[in-house]
Design a protein around this ligand. Structure first.
Ligand SMILES: *Cc1c(COP(=O)(O)O)cnc(C)c1O
Length: 234
């Protein structure tokens, strides 16, 4: 199947799940283009994709500047673990950093965004799966981060919600638990921090997005099911 057929099929499935479950929220389909060439991104844009995700800053700054210049409606989010020394380039190219997993990173994002006089959205990545290493490990740290945001420590940063990775396994219960943990965190913190819109729930990948949408995902991050298998040897 072509990239455009894959996108169509996934959008149809998302709509179907929303209808079946009476879900009214928007579910954005992010095309995760890591390890795929710029031409694949252009094909996805032709098929209507406006939202892309990349893991590695190095790869993103090679692939995306021209695409973003020529397609002003297209947004790029960084979704991979971000080293502090890569923040400058990440802030230049992305409209959102979904993988904020430590407070130190917020200070660096603010520093770089203020230099560019650019506002940037962030999601707090939360650790919900035993086998994953990424994300804030506990709620108290996320609260600390939100308190700093609320005190206007980071005037160029717009907190926008939460992101997680479910465990890589076939156990539907475990996967679902990961997503409900994130949704519960969002519900609780949204009611405590009404000055922010924390409604984004970035959860669900090729293997588990149907469960994620059932559990309230507002943004699914899909690579393989759109672009095919990644070739890591390239
Ligand atoms: C690679 C990646 C995805 C997409 O994974 P697929 O299984 O190919 O859909 C989603 N989220 C993150 C954080 C990723 O690194």
């Amino acid at each position: 199947m072509s990239i455009s057929e894959n996108i169509q099929k996934i959008n149809d499935e998302i709509l179907d799940i929303k209808t079946k479950n009476g879900l009214k929220n928007e579910v954005k389909l992010m095309a995760v283009s890591k390890f795929h060439p710029a031409q694949d991104v252009l094909d996805a844009i032709k098929a209507g994709s406006l939202l892309f995700g990349e893991n590695r800053v190095q790869e993103a700054i090679q692939k995306f500047p021209q695409i973003l210049e020529e397609n002003p409606n297209v947004c790029l989010h960084m979704i991979g673990q971000l080293q502090t020394n890569k923040v400058r380039h990440a802030v230049q190219i992305a409209s959102c950093i979904q993988s904020v997993d430590r407070i130190e990173l917020l200070y660096e994002i603010e520093k770089q965004a203020s230099k560019l006089n650019k506002s940037i959205q962030v999601l707090f990545e939360y650790h919900t799966a035993e086998d994953s290493k990424s994300g804030f490990e506990n709620k108290e740290e996320v609260i600390k981060a939100l308190d700093l945001c609320a005190n206007n420590t980071f005037p160029h940063i717009i907190p926008n919600g939460f992101m997680t990775m479910a465990p890589f396994c076939n156990d539907e219960k475990l996967i679902r638990k990961s997503f409900t943990t994130l949704r519960n965190l969002k519900d609780e913190l949204q009611s405590d921090y009404k000055m922010f819109n924390l409604s984004e729930l970035s959860m669900g990948m090729s293997g588990d997005y149907k469960i994620a949408v059932e559990e309230g995902s507002t943004l699914v991050r899909i690579g393989t099911a759109i672009f095919g298998e990644r070739n890591y040897n390239k």
